[in-house]
Structure formats: C-alpha cells, structure tokens
Design a protein around this ligand. Structure first.
Ligand SMILES: *[C@@H]1O[C@H](CO)[C@@H](O)[C@H](O)[C@H]1NC(C)=O
Ligand SMILES: *[C@@H]1O[C@H](CO)[C@@H](O)[C@H](O)[C@H]1NC(C)=O
Ligand SMILES: *[C@@H]1O[C@H](CO)[C@@H](O)[C@H](O)[C@H]1NC(C)=O
Length: 226
C-alpha cells in the first residue's frame, strides 16, 4: 500500500524536476542574446588592437595554474612584438575550480569600472590562486566577500561597493556566461587555450614558452601576407 502510493509520488517528483530543469534550460537559452559588443578584454594600455596584424585570442581561467604559467612568456612575446601582435583574453572558468566563476565575474566587473585594472587583476589572481582554491571552510557569502575585497585592491578602494554589488548583480553573471558560451562555440574545453588569427594552437604538454611564440609568430610577421 505504502509503496503504491510512494511510487507514483516519486515518479511525479522526478517528472516535475525534469520539467523544471527543462524550463530552466529554455529560460537560460533565451536570456543569452548576442552581446552588444564582442566578448573579451583587449590587452595593452592604451588598449591596442590592430586588425591588420596578428591576433592572439586566449581563454584563461584565473584560478588555473597552467594559465598562470603561460602568462609570463606570452606577456614577454607581446612586449617584443609591440603593435604587430594584439591579444584578446576571454574568461573560461573551469567547472572543477569552484571559485573560478566568481573570480571571472570580478574580472568582468573591474573591467567595466576601470579597464586599465583588468590585467593587473588577472595577474593578482595568478599570484594568489591558492587563496581561492581551497575554501571549503568558507560559506558562499564569505567567498564573495573575499573576492570583492581582493578585486578592489586592483581597481581602487573607492570601488569596493561597486565590486561587491556587481558580484550580486545578474548583469555580470550573464556577461560571464556569455564568455563561457562564446568559448564553447569555439570548441574550447580547457585552459589556457590559444587561437592565432582565428586558428587553434595545438594543446601542448606544458605552457607555450617564449621561444615557441617566437618560432610560431616570426614567420607570420615576415611573410608577405599570402
Ligand atoms: C613589426 O612588423 C614590421 C612590418 O612587418 C616589421 O618590419 C618589424 O620587424 C616587426 N617588429 C617586430 C618586433 O616583430
Ligand atoms: C585604474 O586602474 C589603474 C590600474 O590599477 C590605476 O593606475 C588607475 O589609477 C585607475 N584609474 C582610476 C580612474 O581609478
Ligand atoms: C579556513 O582555512 C584556512 C586554511 O586551512 C585558514 O587559514 C582560515 O583561517 C580558515 N578560515 C576560517 C573562516 O575558518
């Protein structure tokens, strides 16, 4: 008797939760529209993007150690090439770094408050990744607070409440989702991932070194454009 009552009840719950997931999925798909401008952060101060020259697109997770290790040699190469090479970075928080999505949201917020602080914030995250990787003794509220305070250091203390409220604002949640969907549309599934003039660079065993960037980019610089 009990089982015959419980079984339909159980099935109803399963079906309801499936419907619920289904509608949620539909709502989310509708909420993501094409963004008003292309995704990503242009590197350089002042920002430089030269559509006539070489473009590197990078997909980074602020809490990924391989992303961190790939940054110094890439930065070195960018300094070397000057206006011949532009870089656009996209956030791609990996699902198994549980605070990476919140950290990525903070980068989107800071970029909007003061875009000169965007790359300094990336670098701060790289430098202090361990702070955000093992936070099992913190509540979600404490993590948001920690990340707000941390990000504020890059953008200036006057912006603390803007950063904090940004972390609770769905606008930046959506922006970060748009970046994620953009990355997915490019077939990105790990970090760091790089595209050179739109084509994916093969995944190496270790982060791309400075001399490897040179070996890849030098021939493009000196080619006649064919
Ligand atoms: C930048 O490009 C110009 C024109 O192709 C080239 O002459 C120059 O050597 C390049 N500079 C670097 C650092 O690659
Ligand atoms: C923007 O951020 C940069 C880098 O952190 C800082 O030097 C600059 O003073 C900030 N500008 C404003 C208007 O807060
Ligand atoms: C959480 O754990 C870290 C390291 O294990 C410790 O430094 C920190 O004080 C702890 N925080 C709280 C709120 O308990």
């Amino acid at each position: 008797m009990k089982a015959t009552i419980l079984l339909p009840l159980f099935l109803t719950i399963v079906v309801l939760s499936l419907i619920n997931h289904h509608t949620k999925w539909i709502v989310e798909v509708e909420a993501i529209t094409i963004p008003a401008k292309p995704d990503g952060f242009v590197h350089g101060n002042p920002k430089k993007y030269n559509p006539e020259r070489i473009l590197i697109e990078a997909f980074f997770d602020p809490l990924c150690s391989d992303t961190r290790d790939s940054w110094p040699p890439l930065k070195h190469a960018l300094q070397y090439y000057g206006s011949n090479v532009s870089l656009i970075v996209h956030t791609f928080p990996l699902p198994y770094h549980s605070n990476a999505f919140t950290a990525s949201r903070a980068i989107h917020i800071v970029n909007e408050l003061n875009s000169s602080a965007t790359f300094p914030l990336w670098e701060s995250f790289f430098k202090h990744q361990e702070k955000f990787l093992e936070t099992s003794n913190l509540t979600q509220t404490e993590i948001v607070d920690l990340i707000a305070k941390f990000a504020t250091k890059s953008v200036g203390h006057a912006h603390y409440s803007a950063v904090k409220s940004g972390l609770l604002d769905t606008k930046f949640d959506l922006k970060t989702r748009v970046s994620f969907k953009y990355a997915s549309s490019r077939g990105v599934f790990g970090t760091p991932s790089f595209f050179l003039n739109g084509f994916p660079l093969p995944d190496g065993e270790s982060p791309i070194k400075y001399n490897e960037w040179r070996k890849t980019i030098d021939p493009l610089i000196h080619s006649k454009g064919e």
